[in-house]
Design a protein around this ligand. Structure first.
Ligand SMILES: C[S@@+](CC[C@H](N)C(=O)[O-])C[C@H]1O[C@@H](n2cnc3c(N)ncnc32)[C@H](O)[C@@H]1O
Length: 284
């Protein structure tokens, strides 16, 4: 007789998402003495992020994807706008952009970028999605934000409700720390808890009845450093700030092997990466 195999339980993607985010937070709280700093982007991190996205701005694959949709009368909502990677190039091509950004450090960089670009049609809103009262827009963008959001259901539902044309949500397929996961485990004797990635987003959206389209784009942002010392300091932060001279030596040796010189700066060799773009038209 054939053995009877039980069908696997359906995956609850929304709960799975929460468990991923909470486990990662718990690991951060346990290992990283700076975990509870009020603004994760303070201490120069937002400025570094702005330099990094500005360096790759000329060839932004998400903008290439959006270009055919752009019109002078288009309204845009950028949720988690960061330092303005999309706000700044989009501003001259559309009617109005609302940029939601909760981090004071990111907002300061965004304000400076808007001023430098002399953009007069950008409104910056100091709030966290989904707890913000804004008008729906013709194009809603949410790029590389949801990794840290524990409650994905209200987050996606509110994006959907704010969408009166097209909604575009972008996440990586791979972990942010892919290049240093083995080093993390060597230092802490435990693996880094993963953050949710694109397949989790697709599953959660389907579970909520948002049957969206998927396009893949290259994930082009790469960290680069002026010197080995700077690389050690930055990578240490991604390793949750382990302490001690022995740790510094391990990080330094690891980086000395993996850093490559490119255009006058040091870059960490990472596998070629891809981001998924989940997009859907207005549904009601
Ligand atoms: C990795 S950055 C990406 C910035 C920008 N979208 C880009 O692609 O360059 C993530 C941004 O999302 C913001 N963020 C995090 N949680 C958020 C939330 N619940 N609502 C809105 N923004 C959020 C962070 O402050 C940060 O600026």
């Amino acid at each position: 007789m054939e053995p009877v195999t039980a069908a696997p339980a359906p995956i609850d993607y929304v709960s799975r998402w929460r468990r991923l985010v909470e486990a990662r937070h718990e690991q951060g709280r346990r290992l990283d003495r700076f975990h509870d700093r009020p603004d994760q982007w303070a201490d120069g991190r937002a400025a570094r992020f702005r330099r990094m996205v500005t360096a790759s701005a000329a060839a932004d694959p998400l903008l290439d994807l959006l270009r055919p949709l752009l019109r002078r009368d288009l309204t845009v909502l950028d949720v988690g706008a960061g330092t303005g990677r999309h706000v700044i190039p989009l501003a001259p091509m559309v009617s109005r952009i609302t940029a939601i950004e909760p981090s004071p450090a990111m907002r300061a960089e965004l304000e400076a970028a808007v001023k430098d670009a002399r953009a007069t049609n950008v409104e910056i809103v100091a709030s966290s999605w989904p707890n913000v009262d804004v008008e729906p827009a013709d194009l809603v963008i949410c790029s590389h934000v949801a990794y840290v959001v524990a409650d994905i259901e209200p987050f996606l539902r509110r994006l959907d409700a704010a969408n009166r044309g097209r909604c575009v949500v972008v996440l990586r397929y791979l972990q942010r720390e892919t290049a240093i996961l083995d080093l993390f485990e060597r230092i802490w004797n435990e693996p880094r808890c993963p953050e949710p990635t694109f397949p989790d987003l697709f599953g959660a959206a389907c579970q909520l009845g948002i049957w969206a389209n998927v396009v893949n784009i290259p994930f082009t942002v790469a960290q680069s450093f002026d010197s080995l010392d700077e690389a050690v300091q930055m990578v240490k932060r991604d390793l949750l700030n382990p302490e001690g001279p022995a740790v510094d030596r391990v990080i330094r040796d690891f980086l000395a092997e993996r850093l490559v010189r490119q255009e006058g700066r040091w870059q960490l060799r990472t596998p070629p990466a891809v981001a998924g773009v989940l997009w859907w038209e207005r549904r009601s």
